[in-house]
Design a protein around this ligand. Structure first.
Ligand SMILES: [Zn+2]
Length: 474
């Protein structure tokens, strides 16, 4: 099992007890690396993860949930204006890690393991603090090596440590050489804990979740005694950090924060997708039978997801049906549509999605599903109309451009397909790949004068952007 975990590494350091309210250890104005440069380093690392990490999980429902939760915390953080992107890594172990510029990866196992939404929020708040405090750039600065290249190498090392894209990038540059030094210092861990705690509190979560989750981490760490990576063995999770967190919550009034249904459903879905399909199904069915759940709707939904995954769509439909009568939620509609599709009923799936979109017009997962279903049914102009509308609302959503490229491609419109794919690559931070697509668009031979001029203009624009980036890197 993969267990290269920056978050665990974070927790592994034992910070001395420190009172709250001490000044920050430095501030970003002393850095020669700008937030824009940090963002670019993060974007490039993300591109490697998207392209090379088979564990990168683009589940639209879970990713949307994670970003809503994350953004709620960011709004209560020290830098509410920093853009963040939270993404999922399909991995049952517990881990979360931050890249420079606001990209935060969360293992599916972290969400499944969290016993409450506040626990998951505590993990995110800690990672958000690493970003808003520019810990990676400050770490490089401390070593007297602050440069864009150094920061990029550190980001690659984090990718190497935390994702399967690591094998693809570990050989690049200095990433391998500096892997040993990327652990955050005790001061930075202490700072991330302290600031993360305030973020959690300000955002209205149960702050007791922080020490509770630390305790669970400590227990989980013990399980790896024999095969834990060296850093976890050398720096076992000690009681000091837990004591710090417990000191912070002491004397605070008890505050019960109920979990959202979104959290419950996302956790149930991710759990249903772990492990061997039949084994997982049996486990979830047993939990439901024995009433071992915190939310019955989510428990039944999880069984339905597991049934679908075990290729039993008819039984999945039967399991889901009573829930649909009592509860309205976009994820229930999404599952109903997937089940109908698996039962060979694409038209029925489309009807479900269209109906659900009347009630949840901005739900990203429902919109993706509706576009894909229309494309599958050959309703290309309907799909294109919805795509245009969605792209107007969410102009930075690369997935929409990918769906658009797919639609054009199936209609044989090569210029437009390459042009749409180019925009998807731009949004994923990959200018060279975007330029290549536009060159293919120029050669496609099926565009009119206006379409070709638009491709030429965009190509000039992107080449200029790439030249500027290369200049900045020097
Ligand atoms: Zn940390």
């Amino acid at each position: 099992m993969r267990f290269s975990s920056l978050f665990v590494l974070c927790l592994a350091f034992a910070p001395p007890v420190l009172a709250d309210g001490l000044p920050d250890l430095g501030d970003s104005s002393q850095l020669t690396v700008t937030p824009q440069m940090e963002r670019r380093v993060g974007e490039e690392a993300m591109r490697d993860i998207r392209l090379h990490d088979p564990a990168f999980d683009d589940d639209a429902e879970a990713t949307a949930y994670l970003n809503v939760l994350g953004d709620r915390l960011v709004a209560s953080s020290q830098d509410a204006h920093q853009p963040f992107e939270f993404f999922l890594v399909k991995d049952p172990t517990l881990n979360a890690f931050a890249l420079p510029g606001g990209f935060i990866g969360v293992n599916t196992g972290t969400i499944v393991t969290a016993q409450s939404e506040s626990e998951l929020a505590a993990v995110l708040a800690h990672e958000i603090a690493h970003v808003t405090q520019h810990h990676m750039a400050r770490m490089a600065a401390k070593q007297g090596q602050l440069s864009l290249a150094m920061l990029a190498a550190m980001a690659l090392a984090i990718v190497a440590r935390n994702s399967q894209a690591g094998s693809a990038v570990a050989t690049i540059g200095q990433a391998g050489a500096i892997t040993a030094q990327i652990g955050y210092s005790r001061e930075f861990e202490r700072e991330a804990d302290r600031i993360g705690f305030h973020t959690l509190q300000k955002a209205g979560f149960d702050v007791r979740a922080m020490p509770a989750f630390f305790l669970r981490m400590q227990k989980a760490g013990r399980l790896y005694e024999n095969n834990a990576p060296a850093y976890l063995r050398d720096h076992p999770i000690t009681t000091e950090r837990i004591a710090d967190a417990e000191n912070r919550v002491q004397g605070l009034p008890y505050k019960q924060v109920p979990d959202s249904l979104d959290f419950q459903l996302v956790r149930a879905k991710l759990r249903a997708q772990q492990g061997a399909p039949r084994d997982t199904l049996a486990l979830l069915q047993a939990d439901l039978r024995d009433r071992k759940y915190s939310n019955e709707i989510a428990a039944r939904y999880g069984v339905a997801v597991a049934l679908l995954r075990a290729q039993e769509p008819v039984r999945a439909a039967a399991e889901l049906a009573p829930l649909l009568k009592t509860t309205e939620h976009p994820m229930l509609a999404g599952l109903e549509a997937r089940i109908k599709r698996a039962n060979g009923d694409d038209k029925g799936a489309l009807a479900v999605l269209k109906h659900a979109l009347l009630r949840y017009p901005d739900d990203r997962a429902l919109n993706y599903a509706c576009i894909e279903t229309r494309q599958r049914l050959g309703k290309n102009s309907d799909a294109a109309a919805l795509l245009d509308q969605q792209i107007r609302n969410f102009p930075n959503d690369a997935r929409l451009y990918e769906l658009q490229a797919k639609g054009y491609s199936s209609e044989g419109k090569q210029l437009l397909a390459h042009q749409a794919q180019a925009e998807a690559y731009v949004l994923q931070g990959s200018l060279p790949a975007a330029i290549e697509q536009l060159q293919l668009a120029q050669k496609s031979g099926d565009g009119d004068f206006y379409q070709l001029s638009s491709v030429d203009a965009r190509l000039r624009d992107l080449r200029a952007q790439l030249a500027q980036q290369k200049k900045d890197d020097k």
